[in-house]
Design a binder for this molecule. Structure first.
Ligand code: FA5
Length: 350
């Protein structure tokens, strides 16, 4: 029996050394450890042995079983490693001196205009804030004076996540965090809150020439003592004339947002059709660009700021629409289309 076991072990080790892939290894496992394998055959011979011999033989069979299992596992790891090395060696080397086939990369037009707006507002003393795209219901609605079941929620068909959070439907979602971040400096040191926060927004929209389901806004807030609508109008006009480098016809009309009082819609005369009406402005001659207003007292309170002492304005610029107007892009969907040919023609004009 010992001779038989030794022979079997020798055969197994030689077959193992010749195995080239996991399929070979599985065949070996079945041949040695399977129901009809060599080990099972060995066990069949036990019946002719004495009790004493059975014990010793059983131990040897168990040892060989463990060894076969262990060696197959080791060889599997080794073959995996060799396979990976083969793959790595087969990958062609990357030639960093090769000229690019797609030409030089360029900034997306939205990035260009966003950076331009950031420069303009920074030069007027605003900080630029970054904020998450996944936010809580409190940030996006409740802290903005929009409690659960408020009809104003219907104006934004929002994408909710299974965990109750949501994809930011408006950059206003960052307002509460900004107030909390800067309120101490405002209250104790008299430093006005002046911040802009650009960001990507998501809404379940039926898309058309001026509506996308993924678009950019740029929110701005200013809070201090005695802030009024005149301050709001000044900053809006300065920003627009800097972006367009010319005077732009704007109109301010009443608008309702639960987080501002009074609230306005700031429209600009459509630069695609010159105000005569086209699909980009829904044939009205005006493009809704930047809702704004004086921050509602409840919103200031939620941010830890006393509305009896401080006032402020907020605006929510439609950054993607501003890009359309600036570059004469007729259809908003072209901006998310990913055509490098279309998108690479814009350059920074500063
Ligand atoms: C808001 O999102 C408010 N948070 C704005 C605001 C901020 C008001 C602060 C008052 C104070 P509205 O849903 O209208 O408002 O969107 C603001 C701007 O984002 C619009 O004027 C428009 O320019 C742009 N916008 C809205 N929906 C889309 C869309 N589906 N595609 C492209 N741009 C959009």
């Amino acid at each position: 029996m010992d001779k038989k076991i030794a022979e079997m072990k020798e055969q197994f080790l030689s077959a193992l050394a010749q195995s080239r892939d996991t399929q070979n290894l599985e065949e070996l496992r079945v041949a040695y450890l399977g129901k009809k394998g060599f080990v099972t055959e060995l066990l069949k011979g036990m019946k002719d042995l004495s009790n004493e011999e059975k014990k010793a033989f059983g131990q040897k069979v168990n040892d060989i079983k463990s060894e076969v299992t262990k060696r197959i596992a080791e060889r599997t790891e080794e073959l995996k490693r060799l396979e990976l090395e083969r793959e790595i060696n087969a990958t062609p080397e990357f030639d960093i001196s090769m000229p690019p086939t797609l030409g030089e990369g360029s900034y997306h037009p939205i990035t260009l205009v966003q950076r331009q707006c950031e420069r303009i507002f920074k030069s007027m003393g605003f900080t630029v804030e970054d904020y998450s795209e996944v936010v809580t219901d409190y940030e996006c609605f409740e802290s903005l004076n929009i409690p659960k079941h408020h009809p104003a929620r219907d104006m934004q068909d929002t994408y909710y996540l299974e965990n109750g959070q949501l994809l930011k439907s408006q950059t206003s979602a960052a307002q509460n965090a900004i107030y909390k971040k800067y309120k101490d400096a405002l209250i104790h040191d008299g430093v006005p809150i002046k911040a802009i926060f650009p960001g990507r927004c998501f809404r379940n929209e039926a898309t058309d020439a001026c509506h996308e389901n993924t678009f950019f806004q740029m929110e701005g807030v200013m809070v201090d003592k005695n802030i009024s609508i005149s301050n709001l109008i000044y900053f809006m006009k300065t920003m627009l004339s800097e972006v367009f480098q010319k005077d732009i016809k704007v109109r301010l009309r009443p608008g309702f947002f639960p987080f501002v009082e009074p609230g306005f819609e700031l429209d600009i005369s459509c630069l695609i059709c010159g105000g005569t009406g086209c699909p980009s402005c829904k044939h009205s001659g005006w493009l809704e660009l930047c809702p704004c207003g004086m921050i509602h007292p409840e919103v200031l309170k939620a941010g830890g700021i006393d509305p009896d002492e401080y006032t402020g304005f907020a605006f929510g610029l439609g950054l993607t629409r501003l890009v359309m107007m600036k570059y004469g892009i007729k259809d908003i969907r072209d901006l998310n289309g990913g055509s490098l040919k279309a998108l690479s023609q814009f350059t920074d004009d500063e």
